[in-house]
Design a protein around this ligand. Sequence first.
Ligand code: DP6
Length: 403
Amino acid sequence: MDAEVSENIIIVTAKAPVNIAVVKYWGKRNEELILPLHDSISTTLSTQQMYAETTVMIRQSFQEDRMWLNGKIEDINNVRIQNCLQGVRKLAREKLSDKDQDLSFLDWHIHICSRNNFPTAAGLASSAAGYACLVFTLGKAFGLDAVNLTHIARQGSGSACRSMNGGFVQWRAGKKEDGSDSLAEQVAPEDHWPEMHVLVLVVNASKKETGSTSGMDLSVKTSEFLKHRTNSIVPKRIESMRKAIKEKDFHSFAELTMKDSNQFHSVCQDTYPPIRYMNEISWAIVDLVHQYNTFYDRNKVAYTFDAGPNACLYVLEQDVAEIVSLICLRFPPASNNPAQFCVGLPINPAEEISRDLMSALKFSHSSGALQYIVHTKVGSGPEVTNSHLLDGKGLPKVYQTEC
Ligand code: DP6
């Protein structure tokens, strides 16, 4: 058991990763249970760079359940948080009831403190990492060590179920009405394709206008194209993507990823009224990627965009330096502080970019268009850590005025 247990107190802290879909989830067949219309596939990003972190303390003397998110009090009665909390408690009761154990701790109150080390709700999969972290930590606190909890994480935020695994992950939509077969599972582990690197280009870190939940609900109600995507495109695309991952075929992986991102944003445009997540900087990134791939006559980089303008680029390790140099030329930092512009894994300086490549690209410069770039790679699933966010009294260590 990873939780620290002393008399009348259980405390556990964990970190969970962000995941970025390469075959997107967009649309539910059951809103309450968060059951998707179709399967999706994502990569899990390393927690070395981006993560959510949660401490759970269960204590006999607590008077009420409480939660803090990024230093502010959060409404713990929020339906999705309650679904996760009650889901884990119920499962613990079922799994532990036949063991000779005192189960009174299942009725003690709980304090939860959570934070992300990257912008919340900016289209950077913060809810996926956050709910995966919550459910993983609760599972550890309630002694559900080797139990699949992806169906509970799914009820916090659909995409969260994929963050419960490392590497390349598929969320199977499932067919059952109760959602018991709507689970996430690994397609390949994190060390399967170590050359696969990721660049997150933060275009605009402010909160997005249309959230994923309301956006996809509107698409389900109004987009005919989403029906076609669900029935005729995604099933084949999932199989092709699984094959590309298993065979480490970057050219196909990149094409499928870009086409699927484009199709997801086309569904958004087909939604009535239309939803627009990408902005002109996002489109300039799309252009740059296609010009670059055309120059080399094969896909060396792939873009994907979630419900926001930020880009996520997949690129093999050997090409990172050249791509980053081009991005810095095309979108120079506003400040004279390049050290803060590229964060994460170190980047070896690129050799000088060839004249042929520069003239093939023929781009203009928009300085300040990107806030920063995070260089990361595919990583593992949630992990227990030992630096708790709650103090001995069960209050956040970083306590802000709003609390
Ligand atoms: C565009 O998982 O945030 O990132 O289930 O309503 O919480 P809810 O939606 P959410 O949607 C993510 C949508 C996406 C695509 C993806 O991650 O697959």
